[in-house]
Design a protein around this ligand. Sequence first.
Ligand code: ADP
Length: 541
Amino acid sequence: MNILELKDLCNANYKKCISLLENKGSLKTVHDLLIKVSEQLLTIGQIAPGDRAIANKRAVKVFNVARSINKDSSYDDIYFALTGSYLPQEIEETEAEETEIKEEKVSKVVENKNVSRSPVGEIKNPLRPLQLSDYIGQDDCKVQLGNAIKAARLRGTPLKHIILFGNAGLGKTTLSRIIANEMGSGFVEMNGPAIRDVQSFVNIFSKVNEGDVVFIDEIHRLPTVCAEAIYSAMEDYRISYMAKNPNTGESENITVNLPRFTLVGATTHSGMLAKPLLDRFVHQFHLKPYTDEDISKIVVKSFSKLNLECSTMCAMEIAKRSRGIPRKANAFVEQFSDKALLDGTTIIDFEMITSFFDQLKINEDGLDSFDMDYLETLNDKYGGGPVGLETLCSCLSIDKNIVENQIEPYLLFKGLLKVSSGGRELSASGVEYVNNLRKKASKENNKNYFVSLLEDHQYEKLLIALCSMLEGIFKEKYNLEGTFQEMMDVYCENNCDEAMTSLLNKLRMKRNDFVHPNDRDLELEDSEIMECIEYICGLED
Ligand code: ADP
């Protein structure tokens, strides 16, 4: 087996382990596979001396993880030890099961909080910043929040309630943990849709201590009774609710007094919060998509936390494909980290990045094949729009939710799309974008075709094709008229130096009266033909 095959095998075994952990498979198999991976890493180190140091280091790490596995080990801990990140929690659950799982998580957080109190340490996700100074971008929000934290500390009172608006992955949870950290307080976390009734809501609040940060994610999905109960909790630190007395069976009003806390609500749908609830948040922050510069800083930091090196230029390539979302950028970082581990390197280079994104079919503006289908369908089938969302979705055969939540926000952000009461419509730059990509693709196709003719030594066909393309460009782009020779003369006089003029003329003469390129009196080398191909294809821009 050669080194590449061995690396592939090692890669496949490692991936199998990850998939077993994600799907709660056999721990014994995970153990055995990890032992194999560590042995394979050691062999890679022996065969490739350049990779030895890193391969040995990884082998030791994987071996230690394997050795630590026993029947009581948790999937989450093994996954974390291997990847440095959290095991994805929600796979596919029914609504009811999902709710139960989330509730369990809530109570776990509360339990943990009571065992180990503030400051909030983020051990599960090493990429999450813990201090405001490490939180990149969102400058306006950081300044205001920083001031509010300083004032609250001086006063010795909890921060006023905060609401964070922003799409998924922009850093709402991270910021709320940072707030707890900076205030030196405990952190209690819950998820709006996971709260089933007011009683479970009250149960969670009963564990909150003075000054704690209570984070409610997706607060717009709290059941109405809880959203109403929270008004008095926020204002008077008291929850009143109706419950059945177990002795009498009668409904009665119960009031629970709470310690002073800071509520941090997060929502992706600012328009879905009732006004009275919204008004009770003193601080309201809108997190916006990040600039490529800010994302590239996050990428460099994340790589360095994983002991990997990535230049600013390479980080920028990842940033450009991250759609302004730190979570997406960090997901790429994790994937590159796996790749680096298996390639036995600690350096993320340009080639690794471009080949990875080419495989995923993500272009340098961050658009993937779904986005391109969306834009092209809107352009080709509906003349750029406007067209109704439902019609567009059924034409694309993509679920409306995916279109609305995953495809359109980024196209809107890029200014390629307009949404109005009439439906979806390409903006002027959207139309230009589609046309440019088409031109680029056809230019690449043309070039590939010419190069393949050259490689196959089909000179006659190639010269005819090149010259007719040139002729077309003279007429359409430069508005020239007359015979090919006349157009060539005018064009060359205005645009070409002597060398290029002579080269293009050689090409023309060869075509007009086809002579083999290597004919002595009119020699045209393959390298010169290649130069003509590059030049003529470049004229299309
Ligand atoms: P949300 O709660 O808005 O869905 P998260 O807070 O979970 O998003 O952030 C997703 C990931 O992105 C986190 O793991 C964190 O590491 C990273 N992240 C988010 N915002 C920032 C930031 N401003 N600076 C550095 N990393 C960030």
